[in-house]
Design a protein around this ligand. Sequence first.
Ligand code: FAD
Length: 489
Amino acid sequence: MTENPDAVVIGSGPNGLVAANMLADEGWDVLVLEAQPEPGGAVRSGELTKPGFVHDRFSAFYPLAAASPVVRGLHLEDFGLRWRRAPLALAHPTPDGACAVLSTDLDETAASLDNYAPGDGAAWRELYAQWQRAGRHLIDALLTPFPPVRAGGRLAAALGPREWARFARFVLLPVRAMADDSFRGTGGALLLAGNTLHTDLGPEQTLGGMFGWVLASLGQEHGFPVPEGGSSRLTDALVRRLEARGGRVVCSTPVTAIEVRGRRAVAVRTAHGDEIGVRRAVLADVGAPALYGSLVRPEHLPPRILDGMRRFRYDHATVKIDWALDAKVPWSAEPAGRAGTVHLGDSLDHLTEYSAQLVTGHVPARPFVLHRPARAHAADARSRGCQSREWRGERRDGSAAPAADLPAHRRTRASRDTDPRAVPRVGVRPPRRRRARRLRRQRRPRRALRRAPSQGFGVAEYRYPELSDAKTKVTRASPRRRWAGGSGR
Ligand SMILES: Cc1cc2nc3c(=O)[nH]c(=O)nc-3n(C[C@H](O)[C@H](O)[C@H](O)COP(=O)(O)OP(=O)(O)OC[C@H]3O[C@@H](n4cnc5c(N)ncnc54)[C@H](O)[C@@H]3O)c2cc1C
């Protein structure tokens, strides 16, 4: 292991870990520095209510991971990840007793929409056929760096010249207009609109229809897959894979600054006072305001970035409530009990009112609710509890674990202090005579760097309501931000 890594990745969220894995695949020595005591960012799970109940702390289901060739190419199943799918990806019951569902069985989805208005099932089949023609290319275009020249070309070829203009209009539509064009009943509209709201766009917003259609079509094709055992299992698999390629994840180590010299990022500083030199790159998997507002000093940034940051806005916050229940939710609509995700919203008008209240700064009188039933994971919870202690550098009995006994990514500052090899220290630039050779070597890996930050993601929770003896309730409010790389929720 060299003293200065080829790349430091700041933040161990899914984007950071995917990027780190791709660089490691190209032979780079990669160090991931994470501020929190455990890796994963918003892809983490743990016991939040009662022992044995594992909750996803933030994100829960990941259809874009199922669709992403990059994530599939990582073969995370070889590192312990097991994807699970509920019998129904999604159910949206309505007060009239009907229920729109999204099932990987197209006939079942269509039949549920025909219950609202005969013919709406056929309308969904048509929308899904359009997805099968163009969806893959559209996803590629959304998830590759801008401008998406090749993916755009493939999309145009798949559609043909006549269809192209119609499709351009289609992707711009607000979800209400898209639903009006396709469906006569409310079921189809709610199915699309609930998915649009996952992406924080309201029913009246441009592009909202396209995002609803993309997510609903992904659910139709792949279901809404979740990692068995909780979302941390996805993170664990990414970390294990990285470590198997020599990469390291060090937690409880916030990065406070990126050092730029000669227009290149050459080192990072940590809150512990270390300066870690990098030979090739610094990747920041952090919010834009943190990157451009504090990590990089303004004199190193182009004026257009600083100007753009003045207009940057985070999405609305999400309020998340975790319950441990003593029985299944007694849904009056039977399909809701078979669904991994249940949307609650009476009508499209209700969802528009809710969105309007959010954008005008009011607490919605009747929120849009996204319900995810959870499964008690007793055995799983025990093993995760043990991991948390390891992440803090402690043994099960509470004593400090020697750094050498810990997996590299779980070495904290405390354990690192007993093992100076765990985190590289002061950055040293390589001697000049080696630089030309190194630059030549960089050419191939740069391809990986360009691809890495924009891969789509998604895996989530799959929890069945086989819940046992608890009635505890906790409430948490989670500020949420949209992932620019294209993840939906
Ligand atoms: C409540 C909620 C529910 C969601 N549900 C879903 C869902 O079901 N499906 C889905 O696909 N998406 C969902 N999302 C969105 C998804 O979780 C995010 O898009 C995704 O986590 C973004 O990944 P990331 O790697 O870009 O960043 P993050 O996951 O935010 O990770 C960033 C990491 O960087 C670390 N970090 C930040 N600054 C520093 C620093 N200075 N030094 C060191 N480390 C630092 C943070 O601690 C964090 O671990 C949800 C998000 C939230 C909040």
